[in-house]
Design a protein around this ligand. Sequence first.
Ligand code: PEP
Length: 241
Amino acid sequence: MRPLIAGNWKMNGLTEDSANLARAIRSGLGDLAPEVLICPPATQLAAVAAILDGSGILAGGQDCHTKRHGAHTGEISAAMLRDAGARYVILGHSERRAEQGETDALVAAKVEAAVAARLIPIVCVGESAADREAGRQEAVVGRHLAGSLGAEFKGVVAYEPIWAIGTGRVPTSADIAAMHAFIRTELVRAQPAGAETRILYGGSVKPGNAAEILALPEVGGALVGGASLVAEDFLAIIRAA
Ligand code: PEP
């Protein structure tokens, strides 16, 4: 399966910054093999998708609502993301689980909404530093998988240990491989498409560590935050895939 390298721009950049970044990534990509995805802020999605059009690089959202439309002030539906050019949507990112109190059940409802709108969900799972120190990482990730994916999940799972996000701290290769093996086992056990589901690693992926991480068994790509905001760094990660 082709690896997927996904950039999560989070709440960064105004229209001109994002347009320049998208153009720089597009022009630097050449005919590199991995599937590449950029998830800009929602207000810039249509403009970024237009810049990427025809390049093979896809655009995605960072979240969506559970409902298709209605009285939900300030929210964005999956259909709206799709209409603006998105093909994927990140769901259940740990920042949303922490800042917006998103639960596994809410994430599962968003997965359903995303699929109904023909978006591919990327569901984030991962343990906190305290969970890892207590040896609870598999219990936490297992709970996220059981609660967030729904019954017949057709999407992507991103393993993102919370303590590795934006910190420069990365689990050992052995720990990443062990967690990805655990996730694969859980997916195969519980999901009809579990054997084919891509599992990304996310958390302080940089040009200097990407090749080693992306070569690990069951690592099907990367979800990249900070390094996706610098065209050369993001391109270097894509080249490492
Ligand atoms: C993320 O927030 O999904 C992420 C992986 O961030 P960073 O690469 O900056 O750690």
